[in-house]
Write a protein that binds this ligand. Sequence first.
Ligand SMILES: [Fe+2]
Length: 148
Amino acid sequence: VKRHDALEQLSRDHHQALFQAMRLKRASEEDADIVLADFLDFWFGVGHLHFRAEEEVLLPAYSAYGDASREEVVRVLVDHVEIRREAHALGATKGDPPPERLRALGERLDAHVRHEERVLFPLIEEALPDAELARVARGVDEVEQTGS
Ligand SMILES: [Fe+2]
């Protein structure tokens, strides 16, 4: 999918997220600990800031032009809450993580990213004027680079 330049950074993060999701979906008793450790590196490095950028910059920008209560948007926010909770819960797990839990998270993350790429981003690209998309890009960079 050709992304508007403004959403390129978020799409780059999505490629990393899809790679993590693929590994989570294939987790077994043998590699669950390593798969989880790699996922948590991604989550605490990039993932949580990516969620924050979407929640604090992207979706508020959309809500000025579209209806934030529409199902396509609400689904993104519910996914964020539940994926964030599961990442933190797994991060606090002592001992080997149950592989079926990692696989369930992988399915969830995979479906979430695909929904954003196929449904949410096209919706936003359609709704926002170019100047607003450019502001979104700067705001996303700011959140992801300062991590604050
Ligand atoms: Fe995303």
